[in-house]
Design a protein around this ligand. Sequence first.
Ligand SMILES: Cc1ncc(COP(=O)(O)O)c(C=O)c1O
Length: 382
Amino acid sequence: MNRDRFPGLSDGWARLDGPGGTQALDAAIDAMADWMRSGSSANDGGAFAASHATGALVDRTRERLGELLGGTADGITIGPSMTALTLRFAAAVGRTLQPGDELICTRLDHDANVAPWLIAAERAGAVVRFAEPEPGTLALPASAVAAQLSERTRWVAVTGASNAVGTVPDLAGIAESAHAAGARVFVDAVHHAAHRRIDVAALGCDALACSPYKWFGPHAGVLWARPELLGELGPDKLRPSSDAVPERWEVGTPSYEALAGILAAADYLLDLDWAAVRAHEDALLERMTRGLTAIEGVTVHGGAPDRTATVMFTLAGHDPEAVAVALAERQVAVWHGNYYALELHRLLGLEDRGGAVRAGVVHYNDEADVDRLLEGVAALTR
Ligand SMILES: Cc1ncc(COP(=O)(O)O)c(C=O)c1O
């Protein structure tokens, strides 16, 4: 779908590395260059026209991101990466924790939604408990999180979708049981955002982070949180910088050109036909899993009923890195290792074996991309 909107796809490679970062949308690339050329590029808060234009860009980007995520502009913070924003957010939460308080993380999550909470808990003398995905399918039902909840639970940190095996947990069910126990919910939607429409109101979460470079925009991070929460928690900040919400959460001068690109990518996502995206990706997921499992020696890890078109596999007798190198020789881009899904790789016993290969489809991929992956893997067994 829409392949011609992604100039980076024109070099002939099968780009199955979307979960590590997608190709940029033409409009996002143009918006960034146009912004830098426009003369409007300035710092925010000055008395002259270009500075006003920069302020308007910030406001407009927050507004569109609020719409995109189902929240409001005053809950939106933009920063260098999801990791940076989450470390900062978790550190602020950490200052509200008492010894003996509990946090819940999951073994499906990228370490950007685990380590920040481990650090915050350690500083506060709090305890981190882990929700385990189901063996085999690696699904994460609400009951897996409910099993770890107690009256001491303060926050649940859960992925919107696993960047390794694609599992989409029962987020609404998790938020409901967490709230019933008096806990709040932080969702890592970095992998989720390219595949599903996000609606923080429907999910019922308290905070959610994502990264525009995983949804066809530039490298940056976006955090939405309930505005009252952004007022309640106290992040570190410089004395002259604004203490208003959400500005107090942003440190230093942002990449305004990145904001121009984020805005264009958000406009694109807001106009996408998500039902068509889902149908297209599900068909490619089916083709990819059926094709891979038919190859002798291939193990596809996981298979949750609700998952994105992201497949993690190993090939008996072949190091995952060697598989990735062989595929790259055929101009097929995949990832190998643990892709920071450290807890999951430990759980599956893959961490000491070079991890696994990950091939991820987004809506711009097509059958030919998947078939080239399958041919490349099959060739290794001959
Ligand atoms: C699921 C998930 N969470 C978090 C991150 C970290 O995002 P960022 O690179 O914006 O810090 C990634 C990046 O790969 C990811 O896939």
